[in-house]
Design a protein around this ligand. Structure first.
Ligand SMILES: [Cu+2]
Length: 130
């Protein structure tokens, strides 16, 4: 019985090696990001939004953004990469893309999430591969 089980495990392993992998990215970059309603403090400063607000990667990277909302529903919008992802409180979601265009791109929130919703912006910098 144990021998059979080992045989099965070995075959699964052998099959997984035989499946061709399509590698399109140079390397994977994981980013943890939170979304929260922007609030104005007594000092007039705005806090919240996307954290971090700025991501820098290299052209060719596979970017994986692990998104979490700290309060209400937000939508991660990155139009230049045709990305739109609902970010609901309590459930982590993932946005995955290959940064195949160099330049400065903006992400924003696609959901009316509060009085400063329009300020919920961020920047993706894709540096040219040297
Ligand atoms: Cu929002």
């Amino acid at each position: 019985m144990q021998k059979m089980l080992l045989g099965i495990i070995f075959s699964i392993f052998a099959v997984s090696l035989a499946i061709p992998h399509t590698v399109v990215a140079d390397k994977q970059v994981d980013i943890n990001m939170t979304a929260s309603i922007i609030k104005k403090g007594t000092d007039g400063k705005l806090t919240g939004g996307w954290t971090p607000k700025k991501i820098t990667v290299t052209e060719g990277d596979e970017v994986v953004i692990h998104l979490k909302s700290l309060d209400v529903e937000h939508v991660f919008l990155l139009p230049d990469y045709k990305i739109e992802k609902d970010v609901n409180p309590g459930a982590a979601v993932e946005v995955r893309f290959v940064a195949d265009k160099a330049g400065i791109f903006y992400f924003q929130c696609g959901m009316e999430c509060g009085p400063y919703h329009k300020n919920m912006l961020g920047q993706l910098i894709v540096e040219k591969k040297s």
